[in-house]
Write a protein that binds this ligand. Structure first.
Ligand SMILES: Cc1cc2nc3c(=O)[nH]c(=O)nc-3n(C[C@H](O)[C@H](O)[C@H](O)COP(=O)(O)OP(=O)(O)OC[C@H]3O[C@@H](n4cnc5c(N)ncnc54)[C@H](O)[C@@H]3O)c2cc1C
Length: 584
């Protein structure tokens, strides 16, 4: 293919790329959406939200990344779920690998399928603090990022099922159905209801209110809430996959083309232009071509070049977008030269400032099997040393969640109860995604450098959260209690110092909301990659629209904020297209 068939090429079909491609096609522009994986939208492990752990463990979509949390090997070696490759080729997870095993790193799942990680995620839909949006407006001077303007994008994506129709700040016809967890368990007497009552007594709130519906002083609201997720009232997952499929099936026959099993290896640039100008992409065609795919078998794929009349938009996610840019010659010149990649634009920030929410949990076993059941409910806290806003988002139920490893999670039986939590707005953004080679099939090196800056402050906030959750859960007395805590302070009659608990939290923190490797920021910020309209600084016709574009992790859960980015980028791109055609 040499002639440009498409106006836009979008690389990657996650919550950033998929809705954007559908929107551009619906606006009448021939658009190609390229996705490395397959379409699993009809597979019940993906289409039913309740099966999300099956989806995340499924080799039909898995891209297994193995990352570091720090550059301190001793600290890394104490991570309880360190993953190793045994001599027989299978995984070992733990601290005592069989002899001859190779240390792979800390498992970090990604979903390579039509819809991206919105196809295996837990579905939690939350909005960042208003301050998170306002900070982008402030750093770039672009007022369209102010929270009060961003809310329209949430209204656009949402079909709300948890607030009365017409409630301001919500949408009722968007492609993301949002429901909250069933609150009716609070009306029946049960152990689960009693524990939840204790939590509500400790932190306030109630399970019928929703985080996203609070407009007045959202950033300060704390206590218990119903947990909002991107599923419809029947539990069907909605979002990136369902929206693309609905757009393809629409009788209006929008000019959207989706090509699966297409691993984009680089962006192509015009040879003549003075300013680097994107004109298309190079693709490897074939199944499971990326080495993070457990089904990878050494196949090389067929090389294809595809061209765009207007723009290329990269939406490969926080790990893959910087890899694609670097392979294309956009990134830190020093790193590119190491791999003999010709430098198209020296942009030192590509792959830098990687950050993630820190996660932990207060997990305890009751003295008896817990009767009753509930979905998770949300708990927001503002711990004593929090900076400006609430800083902890927890979710509680009888379950166990201790991070990710091949085959996760653990199951401690019917007496288990946990409040898992994410710590928002990490102070450190020192992580990075660096190339290991110029081979596009080879996953990059990923190091989060957790706690490198402000670590002690963040750990104090996590410890205070754990203390609050401990008090809240254990307020249920006998015969449900006493509780035998698994972590961060094990035992029934506990005797842990604050320092010991902080050390546990530091060593065992996990994460799954990676962001910011191609952050938006002003041109004078040497680590900024994108301007406020998602355009790569110093490059024409190339944008990035996915979680990598956030200059900092957006609140507690990124997926709904990424959907909002896709909508905002749609407006920016269509505005440019219209002004180009009116000036032509
Ligand atoms: C296990 C898990 C659970 C999660 N749970 C939640 C949750 O409950 N709530 C929440 O808000 N967030 C959750 N997240 C995070 C959230 O899903 C992600 O932040 C979000 O999906 C990011 O969207 P994205 O568009 O940036 O990238 P992704 O979702 O990663 O999508 C990128 C897409 O690009 C494709 N791609 C990558 N490279 C190439 C290439 N070279 N060529 C072609 N295609 C390519 C990939 O296959 C993928 O489909 C979870 C994440 C994980 C891993």
């Amino acid at each position: 293919e040499t002639a440009a068939t498409y106006d836009y090429i979008v690389v990657g079909s996650g919550p950033g790329g998929a809705p954007l491609a559908a929107n551009l096609a619906k606006a009448g522009y021939p658009t190609l959406l390229l996705e490395a994986g397959d379409d699993l939208g009809n597979n019940k492990n993906y289409s039913e939200m309740a099966n999300f752990n099956l989806a995340a463990n499924d080799d039909k979509s898995r891209w297994d990344f193995f990352v570091k949390h720090s550059s301190d090997e001793e600290r890394e070696s104490k991570y309880e779920h360190m993953t190793w490759r045994k001599p027989d080729g299978s995984f070992y997870v733990g601290l005592e690998p069989p002899e001859g095993s190779e240390q792979l790193g800390i498992y970090y799942p990604r979903s390579a399928t039509l819809g991206g990680c919105a196809m295996h995620n837990g579905g939690v839909c939350a909005l960042p603090s208003d301050d998170d949006w306002d900070a982008i407006a402030e750093s770039t001077g672009d007022k369209s990022w102010l929270a009060k303007n961003m809310r329209q994008y949430f209204e656009r994506i949402e079909t709300a099922h948890y607030v009365p129709p017409g409630t301001p700040g919500h949408g009722y016809s968007g492609y993301v159905n949002v429901t909250i967890s069933d609150p009716t368990f609070m009306q029946q007497t049960s152990d689960i209801q009693e524990i939840a009552s204790g939590i509500i007594k400790t932190v306030g709130g109630d399970v019928t209110r929703d985080i996203n519906s609070l407009d007045a002083d959202r950033d300060q609201q704390t206590g218990v809430f119903g947990l909002a997720g991107h599923a419809d009232p029947n539990g069907h997952r909605t979002g990136s996959n369902t929206y693309v499929r609905a757009t393809l099936d629409d009788p209006a026959k929008y000019p959207l083309t989706v090509q699966l099993q297409s691993l984009v290896t680089k962006v192509l640039f015009s040879k003549n232009a003075k300013t680097p100008t994107a004109i298309g992409v190079e693709v490897l065609r074939g199944q499971s071509l990326y080495k993070a795919d457990p089904r990878y078998n050494g196949a090389k794929g067929e090389v294809v070049k595809i061209f765009a009349n207007k723009e290329v938009i990269v939406s490969g996610g926080t790990f893959n977008t910087p890899q694609i840019l670097k392979l294309s010659g956009i990134g830190p010149a020093k790193e590119l030269k190491k791999f003999d990649i010709p430098v198209v634009k020296d942009l030192p920030g590509v792959g830098e400032r990687l950050a993630d929410n820190y996660e932990g949990g207060l997990l305890a076993l009751a003295s008896k099997p817990l009767n009753g059941s509930s979905g998770p409910f949300a708990v927001q806290l503002k711990t004593p040393t929090a900076r400006k806003n609430r800083n902890i988002y927890g979710w509680c139920k009888s379950f166990s969640f201790e991070g990710f490893w091949p085959g996760f999670p653990t199951e401690y039986g019917p007496s288990q109860y946990e409040c898992a939590f994410v710590h928002m707005n990490p102070r450190s953004q020192a992580g990075y995604v660096h190339l290991r080679s110029d081979d596009p099939q080879e996953p990059p090196e990923i190091n989060f450098e957790f706690f490198k800056h402000g670590g002690d402050e963040d750990l104090t906030e996590m410890l205070d959260a754990a203390k609050t959750f401990r008090k809240a859960i254990t307020s249920a007395g006998e015969p449900i209690g006493p509780f035998n805590e698994k972590h961060p302070c094990p035992g029934v009659k506990q005797n842990c110092t604050d320092a010991a608990q902080k050390e546990f939290l530091k060593l065992q923190t996990y994460s799954h909301h990676a962001a910011s490797t191609c952050g938006i920021g002003p041109a004078h910020d040497k680590l900024a990659v994108l301007d406020s309209k998602f355009r790569v600084h110093g490059v024409k016709n190339l944008r990035v629209v996915d979680a990598s574009a956030f200059p900092a992790v957006p609140g507690a859960f990124p997926v709904c904020p990424v959907f909002m980015l896709a909508e905002k980028a749609t407006d920016d791109i269509l505005r440019d297209a219209k002004s180009a055609s009116s000036s032509a």
